[in-house]
Design a protein around this ligand. Sequence first.
Ligand code: AMP
Length: 192
Amino acid sequence: MNIVLFGMPGSGKGTQANFIKIKYNLTHISTGDVFRENMKNNTELGKLAKSYIDSGKLVPDKLTIKLLEKRIEENTNSKGFIFDGFPRTIEQGIHLDDFLLKKNLCIDLTISLEVDEQILIDRILKRGVDSGRADDQDRFKIKKRFDEYNKKTSILKKFYEDQNKFFSINGQDSVNQVKDRLIKLIDKHKND
Ligand code: AMP
């Protein structure tokens, strides 16, 4: 089973993906985490991605797709993937479908976590204090990330709706309530 989690920055994708990967024995791929790891270790990829991430922009598709493919290739024995933060553009979505198809795989389900903007801003600023993430500490950068999402990522809703694979859930309640909603949706899909 291959699942994509959508949602604006701060919507809880990472937190929920951590539960889902354990419950369904999936490999969690977070492109944001991979970029941050590379930035921390000052790798070439980290250096290339840093200026984009620090200013709240998306990293160019070519670089992101290469990284994603590498992560999938490293986990070919996996029972499935939970993609968190990928795809974020139509190009990435098309590429992911093509790449999986070559391996006789496909995306089974995409789920968007819906949260009001003001709640997101409060959550992100709190995370910035706790984690020290530069892109979580500045309202201007946060706004830029929302703009990127609205301009480039939200159109993927139609892309997956056309494949009957798009679902939304309310991501505003407690972590456990959102987790229960997600599990209910995934189980229903598994049994259909
Ligand atoms: P995240 O932790 O998922 O919010 O990602 C943090 C930052 O990493 C984003 O604001 C982007 O700059 C970059 N990033 C993560 N995933 C992608 C992606 N699929 N495409 C382009 N940039 C990405």
